[in-house]
Write a protein that binds this ligand. Structure first.
Ligand SMILES: *Cc1c(COP(=O)(O)O)cnc(C)c1O
Length: 372
């Protein structure tokens, strides 16, 4: 038999994740100048990276002949101080994607199940499928998670529930009371993953106290990332906070050096640069207003978003959304089509710099005009 036919059926059935198109790829395809292309497709930080983090990473370059500190000691100390948890509650990952993967590998196996919402982050079903476990997708409500229905969807085989808060790509958030009610009623033998990749972009009034909930709920895993507000997507650092027993198991299955030395140094410095995160927050708020204003003026419906991106609706047949996306690409603007999210009439744009948002809105107006 052919080697690849021995790979488990559930692995062969995986549809690979489609990342946002890189600027270099579009520039190559359309013979555009890279500098004229704007990428609003992967929720990256338009401000770039904290200068403190850049300096720390530069210094760390001198030591790259050595393996990183596999325990991530310094970063864990800083995180434990910041979040008032103990170091043995922290799991560091090669991006928070890695942390989610570790949780799936610890708690899932063929025959087990995981619950997530329709229109939720596409990585969840991928991780579940890679293990041969069953994914239970719960219909969304107004594009957001239907937390009560997710509770009802839990089966005896369910070991993980994924909750993205805010969710990507819809930007929706869950009501804090609903989340607490969920945590109080879900069986303690189900791991609840609160994926808070966009936490730093939330206004104070919308921030949950998820980290303090860890004291009460031994089955809670909170994940955060340095990829978004901290501007370190390329260096891949994220972390999870959980009960020490959960963290311990997750740390057993991770690669011993899953976070690079550059990543550890960059994240540690970025964590101290509070001013940078505040600037990222303020720019995002202003950019969100600019985009929602602009979309409204164009008569385009959007889903109110709490992230650093906004998802909007292209009226008519879903071929219209494809056409608008193609027109945007021709104009050097990369956004994210959402067909794989069962939202074929929607596109998602990340909030950029003011000038990028303006170019996006102008290009979108032109693209809509081309439809007529
Ligand atoms: C971007 C994102 C992540 C984080 O990805 P990293 O691996 O940390 O870069 C996690 N969850 C959601 C919902 C995201 O949008």
């Amino acid at each position: 038999m052919y080697l690849c036919d021995f790979a488990p059926e559930y692995v062969r059935a995986i549809q690979p994740y489609q990342p946002g198109k890189p600027i270099s790829e579009l520039a190559r395809e359309l013979a555009l100048d890279e500098r004229s292309v704007i990428k609003l497709a992967s929720n990256e930080n338009p401000l770039g990276t904290s200068p403190l983090a850049l300096e720390a990473m530069n210094n760390a370059l001198k030591e790259v002949a050595r393996y990183p500190d596999g325990s991530g000691f310094d970063l864990k100390v800083a995180l434990s101080e910041r979040y008032a948890v103990s170091a043995n509650q922290i799991i560091l990952g090669n991006g928070s994607n890695d942390v989610l993967d570790l949780a799936a590998r610890v708690f899932l196996k063929p025959g087990a199940a995981a619950v997530y919402s329709q229109h939720a982050f596409a990585i969840y079903p991928l991780l579940v499928q890679a293990i041969g476990a069953n994914g239970i997708s719960v219909p969304a409500r107004d594009y957001g998670h239907d937390i009560a229905a997710m509770l009802d969807a839990i089966t005896p085989e369910t070991r993980i529930v994924f909750i993205a808060n805010p969710n990507n790509p819809t930007g929706t958030i869950a009501n804090t009371d609903d989340l607490l009610h969920f945590l109080e009623h879900v069986s303690r033998d189900v791991l609840v993953i609160l994926d808070e990749a966009y936490y730093e972009y939330l206004p104070k009034a919308n921030k949950t106290n998820s980290v303090t909930w860890l004291k009460q709920f031994t089955n809670l895993l909170v994940t955060r990332t340095f990829s978004k507000a901290y501007g370190l997507a390329g260096i891949r650092v994220g972390f999870g906070l959980a009960h020490p027993d959960v963290a311990n198991l997750m740390n057993r299955v991770r690669q011993p050096f899953n976070v690079s030395s550059i990543g550890l140094a960059g994240a540690l410095a970025a964590l101290q640069d509070i001013e940078f995160v505040q600037r990222a927050y303020a720019l995002n708020r202003a950019g969100m207003l600019q985009l929602t204003d602009g979309l409204r003026k164009l008569g385009i419906e959007y889903i109110p978003s709490y992230g650093n991106f906004i998802t909007f609706h292209i009226a008519g047949d879903h071929s219209n959304a494809i056409k608008v996306n193609q027109s945007l690409l021709r104009q050097g603007v990369i956004v994210r089509p959402l067909g794989i999210y069962e939202m074929p009439c929607h596109l998602r744009a990340s909030i950029g710099l003011e000038s990028e948002n303006q170019k996006f809105l102008k290009s979108l107006e032109h693209a809509i005009g081309e439809l007529a």
